[in-house]
Design a protein around this ligand. Structure first.
Ligand code: 4AD
Ligand code: MG
Length: 462
């Protein structure tokens, strides 16, 4: 008999239908006469109740049905007389696919702490919480492709192994096949990467932007959606060493087009996830964050505030607030500053623009004042920076000057500069941190809880 998914059965309510379900046992309770099993197959946060009239079965065999076990049940779908569920299955035939020894299976009870669940990340997708989170992750990813496809932007695959440092931040994971204890040396005594696999020094990408710009200068509008890697040792609830980034890049966009798209895009994907992941969001709202749904609706229904960095600094200076990191023109804003503006001053998402050039990347378009660049960060409640982007410097000489000022290596950047030599055009783009958006959608407060297998300092077991 064909297997039904629980999500469909709970909707069909076809009482009396013969059905087959397969899933993992969440709980088992009952007495000598009857057993009640909460069965979940991952298709929804809701489990279905299976009722087993024990004397009709081989009791010894059914002892194998305990929390965590995987079973198949054939039976009759019936309206449930019990509270808290609409449908149940009266079991007629049961097969145990895999037992889970109660003495060894770590997920025995409900209500384990998120910290404990991080230690057993290989099993946590089996909890209601992480089932909800990872289903939402899927809906969001799908919505992102849907959005750009509708906008006529092409999905462009940029490399994971690169020879350049897109952000100029220098915190990269090296990619090499050389023996660390015995690298070949140049005459000057340095490691000789010309003998390495790619014949040059390579690393895992921190961003697909530079290659994405090449795509935009040919296809008009592109976006990337892939893993990016940063070896910064920042052990915060908002940083991962491996995270997923979405980076649209558009020829003929200026910073205003860029801001319009960022806002429209965020609202589209949030609305999509709120609609398609309604049950999961309701579950997380009830369990973890009672203001989650309200916050999502607020962002959907309000225009983001747009202001310059200089205006933002003035507001912070006048706030009378004692910040851990002092505020002055030129400082790189910390999340406490960003969150003050968003959560207390404006009570609304903010797009901040025109940052001092010294705290932003080399590729941002330089303003005429000689001090600021046309960068834009989108700041969100509870998160701080969720998007970073800019209009790009399209002028070859200005870009080259900046590269020289910052002592960047032309050996790994010459091809990027060439885009400004051959048919340059105004263009702009931005990068959305997928897990930061996940924090916003789920209401979770630690970024380790919104990616299946988090990579953070000292943490890569599974
Ligand atoms: O602001 P960032 O560094 O910008 C770029 O990488 C540009 N190349 C983007 C572009 O213009 N195409 O990173 C973009 C976003 C941040 O706003 C943040 O949401 C996220 O990526 N992000 C991180 N997320 C998790 N862990 C980290 N360590 C992150 N670093 C950045
Ligand atoms: Mg940034």
């Amino acid at each position: 008999m064909k297997r039904s998914k629980i999500v469909d059965l709970l909707k069909s309510l076809e009482w009396g239908a013969q059905v087959c379900v397969k899933g993992w046992v969440r709980t088992r309770r009952g007495n000598k006469q009857v057993a009640f099993i909460a069965l979940n197959d991952g298709s929804t946060v809701h489990s279905i109740q299976v009722v087993i009239d024990l004397p009709q079965f081989d009791e010894e065999y059914l002892k194998g049905i305990s929390t965590g076990a995987c079973i198949r049940v054939n039976g009759i779908l019936a309206e449930s007389p019990g509270q808290g569920q609409s449908a149940e299955i009266r079991a007629e035939d049961i097969e145990i696919y895999g037992k889970a020894d109660p003495a060894a299976y770590p997920l025995q009870k409900k209500g384990h702490s998120l910290e404990f669940l991080r230690e057993i990340a290989y099993l946590r997708p089996r909890t209601n919480t992480f089932g909800a989170i990872f289903r939402l992750r899927h809906h969001l990813a799908y919505a992102i492709h849907d959005y750009f496809n509708k906008q006529g932007f092409y999905y462009f695959h940029t490399p994971i192994i690169t020879a350049s440092d897109a952000e100029g931040a220098g915190s990269m994971f090296r990619v090499t096949v050389l023996d660390p204890g015995n690298t070949p040396k140049t005459p000057e005594g340095k490691a000789d990467y010309s003998q390495d696999f790619f014949g040059r020094h390579t690393n895992l990408t921190v961003s697909g932007q530079l290659e994405g710009e090449l795509g935009a200068m040919a296809l008009g509008g592109i976006y990337t959606f892939g893993p990016t890697f940063r070896a910064e040792n920042s052990n915060t609830p908002r940083h991962l060493a491996e995270f997923w980034m979405i980076e649209p890049e558009a020829a003929f966009f200026d910073i205003n087009d860029n801001m319009d798209m960022a806002e429209d895009f965020l609202k589209y994907v949030i609305a999509y996830a709120a609609e398609h992941g309604k049950d999961d969001i309701e579950f997380l709202n009830n369990m973890y964050d009672k203001e989650l749904i309200e916050r999502l609706n607020f962002v959907l229904n309000n225009q983001f505030i747009r202001l310059t960095y200089t205006e933002g600094i003035e507001i912070l200076e006048k706030s009378g607030r004692k910040f851990e990191f002092p505020v002055y023109w030129g400082v790189d804003l910390q999340s406490e500053h960003e969150r003050y503006l968003v959560e207390e001053h404006f009570r609304c998402p903010v797009i901040m623009t025109d940052y001092p050039k010294d705290i932003k990347s080399f590729y941002m378009k330089q303003n005429d004042d000689g001090k600021t660049v046309r960068g834009m960060d989108v700041l969100f409640p509870k998160i701080g920076e969720i998007i970073g982007g800019s209009e790009r410097e399209a002028d070859y000489d200005k870009l080259m000057n900046r590269v020289k000022e910052l002592n960047m290596s032309l050996d790994s950047l010459w091809w990027y500069l060439d885009t400004r030599k051959f048919g340059t055009a105004p263009h702009a783009g931005f990068g959305l941190g997928f897990e930061r958006l996940m924090l916003f959608i789920t209401g979770m407060s630690n970024i380790r809880d919104v990616i299946p297998f988090p990579r953070t300092p000292k943490n890569a077991e599974f």
